[in-house]
Design a protein around this ligand. Structure first.
Ligand code: ZN
Length: 419
């Protein structure tokens, strides 16, 4: 929930270009910088006199909420974080190149598709996920603020694993929604107050892989139930939410387009008071669209995984750009921009490692000979990831845009060091 990164990004882009960066980077930056409302962040500058200000009052406040897809932790990924002392784990290198981007948003929401049930339960990848607890702190440090925990892996380590997961998220200072340790927790709407506007975040899953919560703890997982969800949306509004975001873990795996069921459910929630639908579960991207000021993305794809194939390695950071009128509280969703990302899997010191890369930055690095560990195969996959993400997200609406990020990875690295 910081907001220093973007300004830094632009400053560094400028200095890179002054010191002679590639033609392609310059062209790309001309083509469009941050995808959306050009209005400056409040407090960043007042000397310009441009922007959406009418000249006699304060400019609207801008709020940026980002959403990422499924955070997966396969066995190979668990091992990748093992430290040489063999006693601890660290996953911060996974997120090194996206941290500056996530940190620039006011709020970042992701889907935790694993449990943090503790070492005694045995760390494991597919099919019953349990990851080292330090992942929570690493995700927080990466700039993530809220994790949705309602998904088909919520009960992979039973109710005790589900409860332990929430304890670890609390300890790391992460907000969460979708699973609960008691009825009161389930009945409490998660409200995030951002610059005076309240955003409610709700989360539901289609199921939990045939595992059921104990009969006396049916509150443990939020399952998709249209009537209950509409009631929860209404309750969130009564609790003071100015905007309501609903995370839906739904749809069919590996399908590039939503099915009729997904479309009908999203439509029903939007018709009944929800403002934004954030889909996850298919492990590949699915399209986004606006419905007046309301918005749906059917699947955000994987944020990180060791699934194979370019489509499953491709995801996005979705930025939702809101404006709030001076003196007001109700945020207006003006635009959505997306940054294609791709999970790089590589060998380092005899071990398999992972890193989430912004695709355009990785491609720029390749073009400018700063590719580092990126191989020819990686270059091909990155090009496929780029085409794929843009194909799925392309839209008739000018309010859905690519967030062009022509900085080489080294520039992101520099931001990481500065921060
Ligand atoms: Zn899932």
């Amino acid at each position: 929930m910081k907001k220093t990164g973007l300004l830094l990004l632009l400053l560094i882009l400028l200095s890179l270009c002054l010191s002679g960066c590639s033609v392609s980077a310059v062209t790309a930056s001309d083509a469009g910088q941050p995808g959306t409302p050009e209005s400056p962040s409040p407090g960043d500058s007042s000397e310009g006199g441009t922007g959406t200000n009418t000249g006699c009052g304060a400019a609207p406040r801008e709020i940026v909420i980002s959403a990422i897809g499924d955070i997966m932790m396969h066995n190979t990924m668990i091992t990748a974080g093992l430290q040489s002392a063999q006693a601890s784990y660290d996953y911060s290198p996974f997120f090194r190149y996206v941290r500056p981007l996530l940190s620039a948003s006011d709020l970042v929401i992701g889907n935790l598709e694993t449990t943090l049930a503790g070492k005694a339960a045995g760390y494991s990848g597919y099919p019953r996920f349990n990851s080292p607890e330090v992942l929570a702190a690493n995700l927080k440090e990466a700039g993530i603020d809220v994790l949705t925990t309602a998904n088909n892996h919520s009960l992979d380590k039973g109710y005790t694993g589900l409860a332990a997961t929430l304890d670890h998220l609390d300890a790391a200072g992460l907000l969460h929604t979708g699973t609960s340790r008691c009825l009161a927790e389930q009945e409490t709407t998660l409200l995030a107050d951002i610059k005076g506007s309240k955003f409610a975040i709700l989360a539901y899953t289609y199921g939990t892989n045939g595992l059921n919560p104990p009969k006396d703890r049916t509150y443990a997982v939020n399952y998709i139930d249209e009537a209950k969800m509409i009631a929860a949306v209404k309750k969130a509004r009564e609790a003071g939410a100015h905007s309501i975001l609903v995370s839906l873990h739904f749809g069919a795996e590996y399908q590039n387009y939503p099915n009729a069921e997904q479309q009908a459910l999203a439509q029903s929630l939007l018709d009944n008071g929800a403002d934004i639908i954030l889909g996850s579960h298919p492990h590949v991207l699915q399209p986004a669209s606006f419905l007046d000021d309301r918005f749906v993305i059917y699947s955000l794809g994987n944020f990180i995984s060791d699934q194979t194939g370019p489509e499953r390695k491709t995801g996005i950071i979705l930025n939702l750009h809101f404006l709030v009128d001076p003196g007001g509280e109700k945020p207006r969703l003006e635009a959505a921009s997306y940054i294609p990302i791709w999970t790089h899997r590589f060998r380092q010191n005899g071990r398999t490692q992972f890193s989430v890369l912004p695709v355009e930055s990785a491609l720029t690095s390749l073009q400018t000979g700063q590719a580092g560990a990126l191989s020819k195969t990686d270059a091909n996959q990155l090009a496929q990831a780029w085409r794929h993400a843009n194909k799925i997200l392309e839209s008739d609406s000018p309010r859905i845009r690519l967030y062009s990020l022509p900085l080489p990875l080294a520039a992101l690295d520099l931001i990481e060091k500065l921060e």
